[in-house]
Design a protein around this ligand. Structure first.
Ligand code: PLP
Length: 279
């Protein structure tokens, strides 16, 4: 069955969607996006994603064409039309279509496109854990905006795959920021540590959920920068993200983390997360 897109306010079959070659997303990566998780046919943490969308759009001076209720109504309809029970919704807004020129086009209307993907939860990877590598974080200084400019992330993820790893953990001058597509947390002596939500990382929706679950289960958590040395000396390392949920990291650059198996705090957070999404 072909998938139904939401494109410029209409629900269309994939062969009816026409993206212009002059779309600024195509030329400049000039746009913002969100990826929502769908569990049991419902958008998970939709308000948090929409709040971040507003923040990203304001950060790159892109006027959003819809209010939160309209995003919600249409994305819910998209999920319904695609009969999606478990998967993701990808939503992208570019600054519009205009002849190539760096300056904002005065007349262009934002181009909005969304679609669903029937992607399952990565249960076996969540059980086994990831191997990761480390790489310098070569991105710009507004990693808090979820923009289409993902080339540095793409290169990092590919470098990880080229070395047989699932992801790349990034660092700026030895300070761990996040991974190519998720937030990074370490556990040391029972305490969870993660980079502060500033301009150097994406303010992950899953990160916030996991910090909330940690607070509820009385796992002490600190938001502070930590060094690569702390990453390697951690008892546990975990990644958080919309599609990977709470993902254990069992080795970094070929060195085992802790016992080399997913640790007890990671397992506890996975159970709490599971309870939350099935409630
Ligand atoms: N950091 C980066 C660079 C990401 O691309 C993502 C998600 O795509 C995350 C963190 C995790 O954010 P979220 O939990 O909202 O998916």
């Amino acid at each position: 069955m072909s998938r139904i897109y939401w494109y410029q306010g209409r629900f269309l079959a994939d062969n009816e969607v026409r993206i212009s070659p002059e779309d600024r997303g195509y030329y400049f990566g000039d746009g913002v996006y969100e990826v929502f998780r769908v569990y049991g046919g419902r958008l998970f943490e939709a308000e948090a994603h929409l709040a971040r969308l507003r923040r990203s759009a304001a950060g790159v001076r892109l006027p959003l064409p819809h209010a939160d209720e309209e995003w919600l109504r249409n994305l819910n309809e998209l999920v319904r039309l695609n009969s999606l029970q478990e998967g993701t919704v990808y939503l992208q807004i570019t600054r519009g279509t205009a002849p190539r020129n760096h300056l904002f086009p005065p007349q262009a209307e934002p181009v909005v496109m969304a679609y669903c993907t029937d992607v399952k939860r990565p249960l076996s990877a969540m059980e086994a854990g990831y191997a990761a590598i480390t790489l310098p974080d070569t991105r710009w200084l507004h990693c808090d905006y979820k923009t289409l400019n993902l080339l540095a992330n793409v290169l990092a993820k590919q470098a990880a795959a080229d070395r047989g790893a699932a992801d790349a953990i990034l660092h700026r001058d030895g300070t761990v920021t996040e991974s190519s597509a998720s937030n990074v947390m370490i556990v040391k002596d029972g305490r969870l540590v993660t980079h502060p939500a500033n301009h150097l990382i994406l303010h992950g929706v899953t990160r916030a959920v996991v910090l909330r679950l940690a607070a509820q289960t009385e796992i002490p958590a600190e938001e502070r920068p930590f060094a690569l040395e702390e990453l390697f000396a951690a008892d546990e390392v975990l990644l958080t993200g919309t599609t990977i949920e709470v993902m254990p990291v069992i080795s970094v650059d070929g060195k085992p983390i802790g016992s080399g198996r997913p640790g007890p705090i990671t397992r506890r957070l996975q159970r709490e997360f599971e309870d939350l999404i099935s409630s």
